[in-house]
Design a protein around this ligand. Sequence first.
Ligand code: ARG
Length: 266
Amino acid sequence: MKKLTAAVLAAMLALSMTACGGSKEAAPEASADATAPATEYTLVADGVLTMATNAEFPPYEYREGDAIVGIDVEIAQNIANKLGLELQIEDMAFDSVIPAVTTGKADIGVSGFTVTEERKHSVDFTDTYVQASQLIIIHKDDAETIKSAADLTGKSIGVQLGTTGDIYAGDIEGATVERYSKGFEAVQALSQKKINAVMIDDQVAKALASQSEDVVVIDEPFTVEDYAIVVNKENPALTAAVNEVIAEMKANGELQAIIDKYISAE
Ligand code: ARG
């Protein structure tokens, strides 16, 4: 009985450590009793790390021919490698990614997810891996009249459905929010002057705007946001394992190398 009590205590300790998000390490392996279930993560499929994403978000995740590539994909591949798992990518609508994780169809959501209090009600976030912001894209013909978010009163702003841009564009007084399933479609509508602006994540704004000669980015951050990976609340051991890899990738420069491969410093 004594042994069992120790194991239960170890499990509870591990749980409380991961629950407060302060621990970058899995429960101590040194303890002889640490066959505690809380240290073992569960997976949708044995030996496979299933990642849900929305590959409409260059340079974080996008399609190149048949392949899905980008910063998030390389980070996830690195995590899978270090955990000895095969990476499986499921591409879906952005607003389906969190449901895929909560209903057990995917182990992790890696999709340029901004950490928000609202999302924390349904999922756990790992430690953050990049900082981002929302930027505004406008038609080049409006460059003289729209110089900042303050000039968007009474204008229409395109966003990708379910994103933080979708939420924050609504904060601009008197503006109407037009929701698109892909950020690219919003930029297309802007270049056709169907809407007055697009609000989207900074690097994505730059990537999408570089594909159209008709639009320009206003280089004034509207928010400050942190990206993290989304994990099922019932799988704290997976969050802990992913956090260990993220910490390692930050320390040894691998994370920065991946970012630098896709984003050139200005
Ligand atoms: N950072 C924003 C958010 O969390 C946008 C993410 C969109 N990601 C994507 N792969 N489409 O809402």
